[in-house]
Unconditional design. Structure first.
Length: 322
């Protein structure tokens, strides 16, 4: 393993540093460096990572972390806080979920490979330099350009000590919905969990944009996450997203069986009853091909935006309480 590019032990107590790490040895002549902040408080432990911009078309977490890196006073902090606003700069500039060089999905590439594709190398760099060593990780995502989502948090179904800590942290965010998951291989949060790090993954916003509501939701939940770890006290003002009793949910997808024009009749956040019309698909001449109805009662958690659709693509995802 390569020597670490930075060491938090070299940073003084009550300090704020802007640092960067760089993917080494990539022969594609692409310089890839990731800026990040390290805030060391009155004590060095615990350690938490706040990270956003893993996907290049998700921005709500980016804006909140840029603010929090300046707003949190190290003198009021207990522990060491690492803040990465944009984990995947090239995808950010390309405004795409995937890395523009290898089309890799960074959040399916962890723990990475130092000799692999550029996404695998970036995952390896982030994992070694910025993920390992933490007690907790908040991996902040949004839905991409194709859908809107209601704020919720995912955590892995895992009975290990770190898995139980992650589940407790997920409930502490005060969101309406928490979704225990069997995550696919390659997620940063799953790889972190396997190293004993309590990692959770919220989803806020979408459409490749920033909104006031999304900013409020992410800022509030990030402070609640840090307060749960007793790293900061919640600020007296500004936490204006209401604390909600969290429902533990599972999901059901409503998928298209045909290609054509989608007309959608529900929005993210809508309650739906079993059999309620979710959308219709017609062919290019306007002949009706399909009606999509809710297979069960639930809440629309994710709603597709693009009205051109292909078979197998998701029109909506319903959350329902277990
Ligand atoms: Zn994402």
């Amino acid at each position: 393993m390569e020597r670490q590019q930075w060491d938090p032990a070299n940073l003084g107590l009550c300090s704020r540093s802007l640092l960067k790490v760089e993917v080494p040895g990539y022969t594609g002549n692409i310089r890839m460096e990731v800026p990040f902040f390290v805030l060391v408080g009155k004590e060095r432990q615990p350690r938490a990572l706040l990270i956003a911009g893993v996907h290049g078309d998700e921005y709500e977490g980016v804006a909140v972390l840029q603010d929090l890196a300046r707003e949190i006073d190290p003198h009021d902090l207990r522990g060491t806080l690492t803040i990465v606003p944009v984990a995947n700069p090239q995808a950010f500039y390309a405004h795409t979920r995937r890395h523009p060089v290898d089309l890799g999905d960074l959040n399916r590439s962890f723990p990475g490979n130092p000799n692999g594709t550029i996404s695998e190398r970036l995952a390896d760099l982030l994992f070694r330099e910025l993920v390992l060593g933490n007690d907790y990780v908040l991996s902040m995502h949004c839905w991409g350009q194709e859908a809107t989502v209601i704020p919720y948090v995912e955590h892995q179904i895992d009975e290990s000590p770190a898995g139980r800590k992650a589940a407790a942290a997920a409930l502490a965010l005060g969101l309406e919905f928490a979704h225990p998951y069997q995550w696919p291989e390659g997620l940063m949060a799953l790889s972190a969990l396997r190293h004993g790090i309590a990692a959770i993954e919220p989803e806020v916003g979408g459409l490749g944009t920033l909104t006031e509501a999304g900013h409020r939701a992410y800022r509030t939940m990030t402070y609640r996450f840090l307060a749960h770890l007793q790293m900061v006290a919640p600020p007296e003002t500004g936490l204006d997203a209401p604390y909600q009793k969290t429902k533990i949910v599972e999901h059901t997808d409503c998928l298209a069986s045909h290609a054509g024009l989608l007309r959608r009749y529900v929005s993210a956040g809508d309650p739906v009853s079993q059999g309620q019309l979710i959308g219709t698909i017609c062919d290019l001449a306007g002949e009706n091909l399909e009606e999509i109805r809710a297979p069960r009662v639930g809440t629309v958690a994710i709603a597709r935006v693009f009205s051109s659709i292909q078979p197998g693509e998701r029109i909506a995802q319903l959350f329902w309480e277990k």
